[in-house]
Design a protein around this ligand. Structure first.
Ligand code: GAL
Length: 690
């Protein structure tokens, strides 16, 4: 029989955050292993709320299978979250088992980054504090006490047959396998957006990437030598394709799969000189790796006693929760960073059960820290992120990195998720989905099936959390040749010049929006509000917005509607209010769904009425002295103003100015307050869009 949580009457743990505990929770959980404190001051600044009714009525029971938690939910509530669910945005009516997996090909809950966090349109959210593969039955169980009667289902398509929704299904049922108890953290709203923000503040606040990290990324061919890469970079600069970060794939090391974590002198002779030359071209360097350690790596002796019992790709699996392992791993990476590496791509920290051969360690392993393989899978990526993020925190410097596995409480870590799966629709959905769970996702670009496919992919990634071209398996940039085999054969495609121009334009928009994007991340850090959000996060009461998984809000004022390949028109859901196309044109009333033209050279973006949108004259990369010349668009009466942050772009806590943009009806004004004495912005012009 279900029991009420014994500590329901306890006061809130933090403003708007409750912790309900039953039985004897496991010792090693996301919250018990957290390393950053909640942002108490920012939580206290949010509106006061009382314990959400769904949580006040929560009940639990212990079964032979583990712990079951039940909550009653409303008929009209929709749910979002559960981490990076690439196959679906709205979770009501679905059963998801949150298992770590790098091949989430069906909508089962398998994910690069599952997070046991769920937020409701009724304005509350919960985090189940477990690293187990918990199952969420999101209002999909039909109680036998509510048999509907009626005519049953007679269908002539399988979709109609199984779409039949009978019964009220008013329960959220969560099963945590193996556990003898669990803590559930509840977050109050009053809105969905505030409940998500509270969770992010509970996690420690949102991450604040470096300004260059928000620029364009290009990952070079995995087998390239230093000389190949230098001529590639010269080509990118000659083509005037913006680029701030150069990614080196496995070939920078003497051995990858497993990793040596040692520079290959064969491919990168005198690697320090190479790093200097790349930095000299205005690029940061991000290096690929995974944690599975080659037996001949200088790290192996220290890691061997603190590793799991199974090998992966023939390498040790370090248990980074063991202090000795973490110290050794961090010290080795510190030496790499001090030589000039600006960030890392943490690959393969997820694992697959379904590829040609399952790889990664099995759930049956027990690690020296006491975690079993199941919990280690959930926490491997976030622990890996923390180990390397600490190197930048110690320097007081911001950065941005890539990672392929994450979990709960990830918001403060500047890591963006990516995947080998390459479906554009799923990749676009990922941007909208990830923001509900404290995650960032990049719909990265590799090769393409047509020039149009390439351009649509680049347009989408350009206004996503990380503008990433991942050319790890093609030697020339994809705008020279989209086809992998021909690219490797050095054959330039006939329409390369046209493709280059379209790609350049799409990426320039990223750079034009860089100051605006940076300000959105500053807000993420301070207030927990994600910079990239599904429409449902801001408009949960609007039925049309609830299911939109192919558009997202960027900051407070922009709505991005990427176009999929072969579309020349697309359906657009405009939320309530008034919007104007960024590309120009009069006001369009919101609260409607319309079909718009989407010519190949256009990424549809809409601006909120009343915004002052600062667009920078495009630079090709950000340097220490870069001053953005701002062209400010005034939309309507400009009543919302605009806000930017002016600082050196890398320091975590250095001097900064708040820059307010205002419109007095005839001119834009830019007002600074703060202690940063340098200049990042200069007001160049403004245009009024009445
Ligand atoms: C994959 C990763 C790719 C690329 C490749 C290199 O696991 O997803 O982006 O880095 O490894 O071997």
């Amino acid at each position: 029989m279900p029991n009420p949580f014994p500590n329901l009457a306890d006061p809130a743990l933090l403003p708007g955050v409750w912790c309900l505990t039953c039985g004897e929770p496991e010792a090693l959980t996301p919250v018990s292993l957290r390393e950053l404190p909640p942002d108490r001051a920012a939580l206290a600044a949010l509106p006061p709320v009382s314990l959400p009714a769904a949580l006040a009525g929560a009940a639990w029971e212990r079964t032979a299978r583990g712990i079951v938690v039940r909550l009653a939910v409303g008929d009209n509530e929709e749910f979002y979250g559960l981490g990076l669910q690439l196959k679906s945005l709205a979770q009501r009516g679905r059963k998801k088992t949150l298992r770590v997996n790098s091949d989430p090909v069906a909508d089962t809950g398998d994910s690069h980054a599952p997070v046991p966090f769920l937020a409701s349109t009724a304005g509350w959210a919960l985090l189940v504090d477990t690293a187990r593969y918990a199952t969420f039955h999101v209002a999909c169980i039909q109680p036998a006490t509510e048999l509907p009667g009626g005519p049953g289902i007679l269908a002539d398509t399988t979709q109609a047959l199984y779409a039949g929704r009978v019964g009220s299904r008013r329960a959220l049922v969560i099963e945590i396998p193996h556990a003898r108890g669990v803590s559930v953290y509840g977050f109050g709203g009053p809105t969905l957006r505030t409940a998500v923000a509270r969770y992010n503040l509970f996690s420690g606040g949102g991450c604040r990437p470096s300004l260059k990290g928000l620029g364009v990324w290009y990952r070079a061919y995995g087998k390239a030598t230093a000389a190949d890469i230098e001529s590639l970079v010269d080509g990118i600069r000659a083509d005037h394709i913006p680029c701030d970060v150069l990614g080196l794939e496995p070939g920078w090391q003497t051995a990858a799969y497993p990793c040596s974590f040692v520079w290959s002198e064969e491919r990168f002779p005198g690697h320090r000189g190479f790093l200097d030359r790349i930095h000299g071209r205005g690029l940061e360097v991000n290096c690929w790796e995974h944690a599975f350690t080659h037996p001949t790596s200088p790290l192996a002796p220290a890691l061997r006693p603190c590793s799991g019992p199974s090998a992966v790709f023939g390498g040790l699996v370090p248990d980074l929760l063991v202090p000795e392992a973490r110290r050794a791993f961090a010290a080795h990476h510190e030496a790499l960073v001090s030589e000039g590496i600006d960030g890392f791509k943490l690959d393969e920290c997820d694992g697959s059960d379904f590829t040609a051969g399952p790889w990664s360690f099995p759930e049956t392993d027990t690690f020296p820290s006491g975690l079993d393989g199941e919990c280690m899978h959930s926490l491997f990526g976030i622990t890996y992120q923390r180990t390397l993020d600490a190197l930048w925190r110690a320097r007081g410097r911001r950065a941005l990195h890539s990672v392929r596995n994450s979990h709960a409480l990830a918001a403060p870590y500047p890591f963006v998720l990516y995947s080998d799966l390459y479906d554009l629709k799923d990749f676009v959905r990922g941007v909208a989905v990830a923001g509900f769970s404290g995650l960032l996702w990049s719909p990265e670009v590799r090769d393409a099936s047509s020039t149009e496919d390439l351009v649509r992919r680049v347009q989408a990634v350009a206004l996503s959390p990380q503008a990433l071209i991942n050319a790890w398996y093609i030697a020339m940039p994809p705008w020279r040749q989209i086809n992998t085999a021909r690219n490797q054969a050095g054959e330039v495609m006939a329409d390369s010049a046209a493709a280059t121009a379209l790609v350049r334009d799409a990426l320039r928009l990223r750079l034009r929006l860089l100051p605006y994007l940076d300000a959105a991340f500053a807000r993420y850090q301070a207030s927990g509000v994600p910079p990239f959000r599904a429409l449902a996060m801001d408009y949960p009461a609007d039925p049309a917005c609830r299911s939109v998984d192919d558009q997202w809000l960027l900051g407070e004022d922009l709505l991005v509607a990427p176009v999929l390949t072969s579309q020349r028109r697309r359906r657009l859901v405009l939320p309530p209010g008034v919007w104007r196309p960024l590309a120009g044109g009069g006001p369009v009333p919101g609260g409607q769904t319309l079909d718009i033209d989407a010519p190949l050279d256009l990424l549809p973006v809409y601006v909120r009425d009343g915004a002052l949108l600062p667009l920078a004259e495009p630079v090709e990369y950000v340097g220490p002295e870069t001053v953005f010349r701002l062209q400010v668009q005034v939309h309507g009466d400009g009543r919302h103003g605009g806000e930017l942050v002016e600082d050196d772009g890398v320091s975590m806590a250095g001097p900064a100015n708040r820059v307010d943009l205002t419109w007095d009806g005839s001119a834009v004004h830019l007002d600074r307050s703060g202690s940063f004495t340098g200049r990042r912005f200069e007001l160049a012009a403004w245009q009024h869009h009445p």
